[in-house]
Design a protein. Structure first.
Length: 278
């Protein structure tokens, strides 16, 4: 029995190691080639930089200048932070209402959120773009409303599972102390939601920060987020300076990677706690 368990653990370890290498190698290749001259990136992409191909930080400085990096990171940061806050605040309140007010209407609302999780973005892409134009959401402020709509289904699902595990006695104690429903949610319920809130924040921040299609369709080139700005490193006739491209990709990864490592301990805790309960 112990030998079988040891063998299974070894197999799992080997498989996870191989998967880790598969995911890490492309990132290392991007980092390595971001230090090369663009000619050597095409001819020797798998070789380490040498005295002839090494370009130092010139790809970084020139690439950041070309895409107006500080403007782009400002738009990306604003959209990501505001959208994540909206998703956490509104979806936590909706989930709390669904769990505590159990009737046919709240059940219908919940299943509508669940059903929207399986709707492909391409199905609503055209109508969403037209609606955004009509409602004047085609700017770096209005796009946050669209992200709230697209991110709410998964967030409501996870918040609902977590809230089902919160003892009702906590809220009853708040009512006895004179809290109205809003105060009770803010002071009693929301602090308990910290693990699942951080998990949802991480997942949505990674999605919104790296999203290209929605900002490109809605706000276009006027308010360029980092993914959209990087796309414009493509010059005439489809040629691309891969040195600048890879350097800007590395820079774009840094903030979200730092945010992930700061909060990673909450991910498993939040996902497990947010699992569906009876």
């Amino acid at each position: 029995m112990q030998e079988k368990r040891k063998l299974s653990n070894t197999i799992i370890y080997v498989v996870l190691t191989v998967l880790s290498v598969v995911f890490i190698v492309p990132i290392l290749l991007v980092l390595m080639n971001s230090l090369k001259n663009k000619l050597y990136i095409s001819t020797t992409p798998f070789e380490l930089p040498n005295a002839e191909s090494f370009r130092g930080l010139k790809n970084y400085t020139e690439g950041l200048t070309k895409i107006h990096f500080f403007d782009s990171i400002g738009y990306s940061l604003f959209i990501t932070v505001v959208s994540v806050i909206l998703i956490i605040v509104f979806c936590s309140m909706i989930a709390w209402f669904i769990v505590r007010v159990k009737n046919k209407i709240t059940s219908a609302i919940y299943y509508m959120f669940i059903a929207s999780m399986v709707v492909p973005f391409q199905m609503v892409m055209y109508t969403m773009t037209k609606t955004a134009n009509v409602l004047h959401l085609d700017n770096f402020i209005g796009i946050n409303v669209l992200y709230l709509g697209f991110g709410s289904s998964m967030a409501v699902f996870m918040f609902t599972g977590f809230i089902k595990g919160i003892p009702l006695e906590l809220e009853e104690a708040g009512l006895i102390d004179g809290c109205n429903p809003l105060n009770m949610f803010v002071r009693v319920v929301f602090p308990v939601l910290k693990p699942i809130s951080i998990t949802i924040a991480i997942l949505n921040a990674m999605w919104i920060w790296n999203d290209f299609l929605l900002p490109y369709l809605i706000i276009g080139t006027k308010y360029r987020t980092i993914p959209v700005a990087i796309q414009y490193l493509r010059s005439g006739y489809g040629s691309i300076d891969y040195g600048h491209l890879m350097a800007t990709i590395v820079i774009a990864l840094i903030p979200i990677v730092i945010f992930y490592f700061m909060c990673q301990k909450y991910i498993i805790e939040g996902i497990v706690a947010g699992a569906v309960k009876g």
